[in-house]
Design a protein around this ligand. Structure first.
Ligand code: KIV
Length: 306
């Protein structure tokens, strides 16, 4: 690699240099007590907006199965679908760390298979890290040895929905908290660079965050984690079921889209869109040569009314 290719994020729209967020940078943020902001994204335009808004980590979450593809849970999404969306996000993001979720079934068998699938996310889609659910220590070690940064995911792991019997808050007992702590330590020891803690009591998340050297990123895990992540569609009311307790709506994109689309439909139905100013026109000479009457529009209107 030539030094001129040393990774950098180019310049912002304002002309200031962009410093890319890397996996080691996340650890540094934890050391400095600087909270990590993370959101999911699945397409070019959304990821670009998130990146320009200064979000540190963009996760191409397998939640796309539900919020983008309309499945009942996250289990159905495939490696090829996740790769397709990760590529779109990669094309948009210049500063944030791009993390790809490994979908259900892509790392649950042999370690070599999980490794081969993870390599695809880095090689074919440009992910800078992969996220895997559960304490899959051997796999995390193998990925780390293969130079693939890993984000772990513990607590309420949505890919375990059938084992858990639904989406339930985890680690509610002393034994549960101890197990979670042990799993988090094991992930860190195996090389994970960060761990998502989902759907666990605040106290458990705080204890793990205090003990681990790697950052914790919470979702439904209280305010004491080193960072927070939400599903983008939850943040903006782009879902069709009541939100979970931990979701805060920062905007109502559903209302915005509904009203804009209804307005557009009404305008089309009333011939109010497009206007003459929004239309292209022939040059006067061409119009005369073709013998097109100036009043054709008025005639059309009269015909439609008749
Ligand atoms: O798929 C997902 O969206 C996640 C969360 C951590 C937000 O895994």
């Amino acid at each position: 690699m030539s030094l001129t290719n040393f990774p950098e994020g180019g310049v912002s729209a304002a002309g200031t240099p962009i410093t890319r967020v890397t996996m080691p940078a996340l650890a540094e943020m934890k050391r400095q007590g600087k909270p990590i902001s993370a959101l999911t994204a699945y397409d070019y335009s959304t990821s670009r907006l998130l990146d320009e808004a200064g979000i540190d980590l963009v996760l191409v979450g397998d939640s796309l199965a539900m919020v983008v593809l309309g499945h009942e849970n996250t289990l159905a999404v495939t490696v090829d679908e996740m790769l397709h969306h990760t590529r779109a996000v990669r094309r948009a993001v210049r500063r944030a760390l791009v993390v790809a979720d490994m979908p259900f079934g892509s790392y649950h068998g042999a370690v070599s298979e999980g490794l081969a699938n993870a390599v695809r996310f880095v090689k074919e889609a440009g992910a800078e890290a992969v996220k895997i659910e559960g304490p899959r220590i051997e796999l995390v070690r193998a990925l780390t040895e293969a130079e693939i940064p890993v984000v772990g995911h513990l607590g309420l792991t949505p890919q375990s929905v059938h084992r858990m019997g639904g989406y339930r808050v985890q680690a509610r007992t002393a034994a549960g908290v101890e197990q979670l702590k042990a799993d988090a330590h094991a992930l860190a020891l195996a090389g994970a660079g960060a761990v998502v803690l989902e759907g666990i009591p605040r106290e458990a998340a705080a204890a793990i965050t205090a003990e681990l050297a790697i950052p914790t990123i919470g979702i439904g895990a209280g305010p004491d984690c080193d960072g927070q992540i939400l599903v983008f569609h939850d943040l903006l009311n782009l879902t069709f079921t009541p939100p979970a307790k931990f979701v805060r709506r920062y905007g109502d994109a559903a209302a915005l889209i509904r009203s804009a689309v209804e307005h557009y439909r009404e305008d089309v139905e009333h011939h109010a869109f497009p206007s003459d100013q929004e239309s292209y026109h022939l040059p006067e000479a061409v119009r005369r040569a073709l013998d097109l009457k100036q009043d054709a529009t008025q005639k059309l209107h009269a015909l439609r009314k008749a």
